[in-house]
Write a protein that binds this ligand. Sequence first.
Ligand code: HEC
Length: 180
Amino acid sequence: MRLNSVAGNQSIQNTQPDGDNLVQRIASLTALTLALPLALTIAGNAAAEPLKPVEQIETRQAGYQFMSWNMGKIKANLDGDFSQPQVAAAANAIAGIANSGMGALYGPGTDQDIGDVKTRVKPALFTNQAEVGEVARNFIEAANNMAEVASMAEGKGDVKAAFGELGGACKACHDKFRKD
Ligand code: HEC
């Protein structure tokens, strides 16, 4: 957006090279040269600097809570009046988290409580990679399927099975890798 509008201004200004426009043009170019490194710095930090272990635990728990809230909304739609837009929005939110790469929030040092921040993760999650990968893949598949089905749903009957499978995928992981 920003790049387009800067480029747009420049081409208009190039056809009218009077003093004011030159000042504006320099201002635009300055904004561009300042904005670009800033954008690169923000993107660079996000990739290069992992969260601290305590932040990883808090962030994964927040992600699960947020998914749980959205699962509750879908359930309410199945138990009561059905609003396709609400179900689709909730399903998209869950799929977004499922596809966000939560594995990155299980880094070294996040296998046990850190101060007041308690974790319920089982040690097996850090040692049994093949099985973790399988339940995680099943979960992502179920979340994507739920989002797809919800986008076209005309009623409860269209999403019931996908919702059941998704809930089952949450539970499959909890049974193996979360303490009660
Ligand atoms: C790949 C494994 C896995 C999947 C899939 C998964 N969970 Fe979890 N969940 C966990 C683990 C591990 C914890 C414990 C995290 C911790 O305490 O550090 C957890 C914790 C939670 C919590 C408690 C969060 C808190 O505040 O302590 C809720 C709620 C939850 N999950 C809901 C869900 C729902 C809903 C889904 C499906 C939409 C889901 N989970 C899918 C592994 C999973």
